[in-house]
Design a protein around this ligand. Structure first.
Ligand code: G3P
Ligand code: MG
Length: 371
């Protein structure tokens, strides 16, 4: 829990700054820590626990000294799962409240769709994520597509797909309360990269052109939400990889050719200014827990924490740096060279306040300046 994270911090050490870390291309490439990220994060905790070894058989158990969160456009897994995975990879104790993914704001839409049939798209466990947010009638696009015979004519050629059967009593893919042949899909949520673009583009076009009942006549387009719109991102391969933005462009291009009205959709994630605003609020809440736990804050002063500087450390100029720039004061952007950006000089269109080689260099700069 947050309170455990801050267990031995006193009011005197409550910092007037906070740090936001991008994940892909800054602290990880694929599943591999980069840029000295384990060492950099360790500097944000009080000394405790064993020396960090990045292959990580144990965690640094010290309490948090500097408020920080991860703000990634990536996702597909529950925040709690992502937090424990990051803890293992990076060797420090990370709380789910410190992990904000592209799709995290989808939970704010739960009132609108709580009992409606919605479809969740993307790698990982997209339906489990949405269920945890409170959506009661959510199906992954895998399970949804499995209910329509021959919806993907290429399925027999896809050697990786297991043959799935709708309403199968042994696997229980689709709960009996959901009948996909009579219940309209009210919205589709794309949480993370599509694993099977051809099937997903086909099925989403079916859903959108028919008003949520594939195989039927034209109908009003259900809502469509994307967790982010990154054209490319840095994974384990040396060159950047196509991201959710590329999938969105493809879906949109195809849909606009097969349907008289253009595709309507909403994208979340960085660089939307509300994402940075939300990050600031979460950091304030972290500091409040810190103070609350140290028994130094009165109710009157709760919520009043003011950051002089918030540092955004990212690798993608048009996403991370643009986001921080648009958010304005008190954001200070730091661009690393470990991901999408690899140039010597600052980015011409979205120049960062500071360019460094690695995340460890960024943290050293911040700590030297602030402490
Ligand atoms: O798919 C993830 C990617 O688009 C961005 O991740 O951590 O760099 O925001 P991140
Ligand atoms: Mg990144």
């Amino acid at each position: 829990s947050i309170s455990r994270l801050f267990s031995d911090v006193s009011s005197h050490s409550t910092p007037s700054f906070g740090i936001v870390f991008d994940i892909d291309g800054v602290v990880l490439r694929g599943d591999t820590p980069i840029g000295g990220s384990p060492q950099a994060l360790r500097k944000l905790y009080h000394d405790s626990g064993p020396i960090l070894i990045p292959t990580l058989t144990f965690l640094n158990d010290g309490a948090l000294k500097i408020p920080y969160i991860f703000l990634t456009n990536g996702g597909g897994f529950r925040e709690s799962n992502r937090a424990s995975e990051l803890s293992k990879l990076l060797g420090v104790k990370i709380s789910p409240s410190q992990v904000v993914q592209g799709h995290s704001p989808f939970k704010q839409l739960v009132d609108r769709y709580e009992n409606e049939l919605v479809v969740a798209v993307g790698k990982g466990e997209p339906a489990a994520v949405m269920s945890e947010y409170g959506f009661k009638n959510v199906l992954s696009i895998d399970d949804y597509a499995s209910c329509f015979d021959n919806i993907d004519p290429l399925a027999p050629y896809k050697k990786w797909t297991a043959r799935l059967t709708c309403h199968d009593s042994t696997t229980k893919l689709v709960p009996p309360k959901i009948n996909v042949h009579s219940q309209r899909v009210q919205a589709a949520f794309v949480l993370s990269d599509s694993v099977d673009w051809s099937r997903d583009i086909q099925v989403l076009c079916d859903i959108f052109r028919t008003g949520g009942l594939p195989g039927r006549n034209f109908g009003h387009q259900p809502q469509l939400y994307f967790a982010h719109d990154d054209l490319a991102y840095q994974a384990a391969f040396p060159a950047e990889r196509l991201g959710l933005g590329a999938f969105r462009i493809s879906l949109e291009a195809v849909f606009n050719r097969v349907h008289p009205h253009p595709l309507e959709y909403t994208t979340y994630g960085k660089p939307n200014p509300f994402v940075l605003k939300n990050a600031e609020i979460l950091l304030q809440q972290l500091v409040q827990s810190l103070q609350h736990n140290a028994h130094v804050v009165s109710h009157a002063s709760a919520g009043s924490h003011h950051f002089k500087t918030l540092y955004m450390i990212g690798d993608n100029p048009s996403v991370d740096i643009k986001g921080a720039q648009q958010a304005g004061h008190p954001w200070f952007s730091i661009l690393t060279r470990t991901g999408v950006f690899k140039e010597k000089e600052n980015h011409p269109q979205f120049p960062a306040n500071l360019v460094v080689d690695t995340v460890e260099e960024a943290v050293d700069y911040i700590l030297e300046k602030e402490c």
